[in-house]
Design a protein around this ligand. Structure first.
Ligand SMILES: [Zn+2]
Length: 166
């Protein structure tokens, strides 16, 4: 959809009054290009090899500024105590697995119209919006079910170390 195009990213930064620096652009670009909802630490580890002068503080501060200006979303922790970020600020639902700390996007629920109708009527001007549901993803449910199954067959002990190593 062209949102990850460099010119487009530069325009977005300028449109909210931000100076375009190589580091800022790299952080913004990395986040917009992934749907993995990374933490500041994960983005730092991804970008540091290409940008040796990049500091963790810069990544953290940049993400905060981008979120404040509505270019990205800060979606809070995924049960792992670390703040995750979403490169797509379009109103949507996040499904957060507190087991594997994975975050999925769900765009099919029309949050935008809900906000306009009800919250707009309350005189509140919305800058950013997301709704998070916490639970267990399909993969984690399947893994739990198959480990219960294995346990029933008497090989559950073998599975134990693999589960806790995750
Ligand atoms: Zn999961």
């Amino acid at each position: 959809m062209g949102r990850t195009n460099t010119d487009n990213l530069v325009q977005q930064l300028k449109s909210v009054g931000l100076r375009v620096t190589p580091q800022r652009l790299a952080i913004f670009s990395a986040l917009v290009s992934t749907d993995s909802h990374p933490t500041a630490q994960a983005l730092f580890e991804q970008l540091h090899p290409q940008l040796p002068s990049l500091s963790q503080a810069t990544v953290y501060n940049t993400l905060q500024i981008l979120a404040e200006r509505g270019l990205i979303l800060e979606i809070g922790t995924a049960g792992d105590g670390a703040v995750h970020y979403d490169g797509d600020p379009t109103p949507h639902v996040n499904l957060i697995c507190t087991n594997c700390h994975g975050v999925q996007d769900l765009f099919e629920i029309p949050l935008g119209s809900v906000a306009k109708d009800k919250i707009g009527q309350a005189g509140f001007k919305i800058h950013a919006m997301h709704i998070a549901f916490y639970g267990q993803c399909q993969d984690c449910q399947d893994a739990a079910a198959s480990s219960r199954l294995s346990a029933g067959k008497g090989v559950g002990v073998l599975n134990e170390p693999y589960l806790s190593a995750e």
